[in-house]
Structures are given as structure tokens and as C-alpha cells.
Design a binder for this molecule. Structure first.
Ligand code: DX5
Ligand code: ZN
Length: 218
């Protein structure tokens, strides 16, 4: 089985020791940095924006996976490209012209991601799947770290995997929210390629070891 990728979510890092936590990810078995941008409108929380990502990007030695939980994400595509974003993910629910946003993300040289809230059926992506590099399935309601994993996600992963195979697409499936050593393996068996983990990693006594443990499981 190919190894799944692990993307620690910086939302759960210690913002007063951000460089230390970025170095932890650099020196761990983690694959990507997951960066959650929240605007207080699309989700009921405000996290961090461009200046913080710019600071992280100066120290990060692994790809930046930016998850925009903001309304009208198409307004900021170029800014995130200039910050060194590798994959830019917009929410399906926040995008009136999703296909257009996907093209714009690629034009700026980034990989294009689409996130789905827990209530959104994966079938809505049938017509755009060939243009999507990453689907981020939210396994909690977006807005906060530390929530419990929604069990229906396994079924969504299987359904999405089927759509991807039927269309012959090479889209990766990412799971975001409530990921721990209790569900990691089953998610990967269902078809997940990337696991985001925030509080499970940064809340651990030994985050480096915890990343290693997750990586060994998947
Ligand atoms: C939630 C964010 C997640 C969050 C995951 O809105 O999109 O990326 O950081 O945190 P945990 O792993 O603690 O559920
Ligand atoms: Zn996220």
C-alpha cells in the first residue's frame, strides 16, 4: 500500500512559538503543512491570514496546503500563489463559479483543491473532478480544531474514490478534522491519500513521535 501523506494543521500549533512548531514539522515524518484560513463569515471563527502565512513560508521546508474557509475565495488566488502555496483549496459551498476558480488557481501555478462540508454530497464534484487535484472532505464542521470525527466520512471517501476511478482522474482525497490513530488506518483503507491532523499532533506530549506513529499506521 502506498503511504498516505500526513499534514499537521498549524491551527493547533502554539502561535507564540510558531517557528519552533514549523521546525518540528520540518524535522518530522510529516509531508505537508496544512494552513487554515478562516474569515469569521464562512465559518464562525477567525484564524490567521497572509502575514502569518508569509512568516511560516520563510521557515517551512515542506509544501504548503492552504485551506480557505472564506467567502468569495476567488478574490485572493494570486496573493496565496505569491506566498508560496503549493495546493490552494476553496470550499464548494463558498464558490459560485467553482470551475472558474479552479482554472484561476492552476493559472497561478498551484494545485487546485475543493473542500466539502460534512453535509455536501461528493456527487456535486462529478463534473469537475478532472480539474481537481485534491478533494478535502471535512470530517468535522469547519471552524475549529479539536472536534470529534464524523463517522459518515468513511462512506464519503468510498463514494468519492469510485467517482475518481470511474472518470480516470488522479485527484487525491484529503481528510480534515478529528483524525487520530483510531481512524487513520481505516480512512486510508477506504481510499484517503492525505490526513490532516491538528490537535492530535500538537496536543501530544511528543508531536514528532506522534507524526511518526501516524505515518507508520497508514
Ligand atoms: C477545521 C480545520 C482543520 C483543523 C483540524 O476547520 O479545517 O484543519 O485544524 O483540527 P483537528 O485535527 O484538531 O480536528
Ligand atoms: Zn483545514
Amino acid at each position: 500500500m502506498t503511504k498516505a501523506l500526513i499534514a499537521p494543521s498549524i491551527l493547533a500549533a502554539d502561535f507564540a512559538n510558531l517557528q519552533r512548531d514549523v521546525e518540528m514539522v520540518n524535522n518530522s515524518d510529516a509531508d505537508w503543512f496544512h494552513l487554515d484560513v478562516m474569515d469569521g463569515v464562512f465559518v464562525p471563527n477567525i484564524s490567521f491570514g497572509m502575514p502569518v502565512i508569509e512568516a511560516i513560508s520563510r521557515h517551512a521546508k515542506k509544501p504548503l496546503d492552504v485551506h480557505l474557509m472564506i467567502v468569495q475565495p476567488e478574490r485572493y488566488i494570486r496573493e496565496f500563489a505569491l506566498l508560496g502555496t503549493d495546493t490552494l483549496t476553496v470550499h464548494f459551498e463558498a464558490s459560485t463559479h467553482l470551475h472558474c476558480s479552479l482554472q484561476a488557481i492552476k493559472t497561478e501555478g498551484m494545485k487546485a483543491g475543493v473542500a466539502l462540508n460534512p453535509h455536501t454530497n461528493v456527487a456535486v464534484l462529478k463534473d469537475t473532478i478532472m480539474d481537481i487535484d485534491l478533494v478535502c472532505l471535512m470530517s468535522v464542521n469547519p471552524g475549529f480544531g479539536g472536534q470529534s470525527f464524523i463517522e459518515n466520512t468513511y462512506e464519503k471517501v468510498r463514494e468519492l474514490k469510485k467517482i475518481i476511478s470511474e472518470k480516470g482522474a488522479s485527484t487525491k482525497i484529503e481528510i480534515d478534522g478529528g483524525v487520530t490513530d483510531k481512524n487513520a488506518k481505516e480512512l486510508v483503507l477506504a481510499g484517503a491519500d492525505v490526513l490532516v491532523a491538528g490537535s492530535y499532533v500538537f496536543g501530544a506530549d511528543n508531536p514528532t513521535q506522534t507524526v511518526k506513529h501516524l505515518k507508520q499506521l497508514v
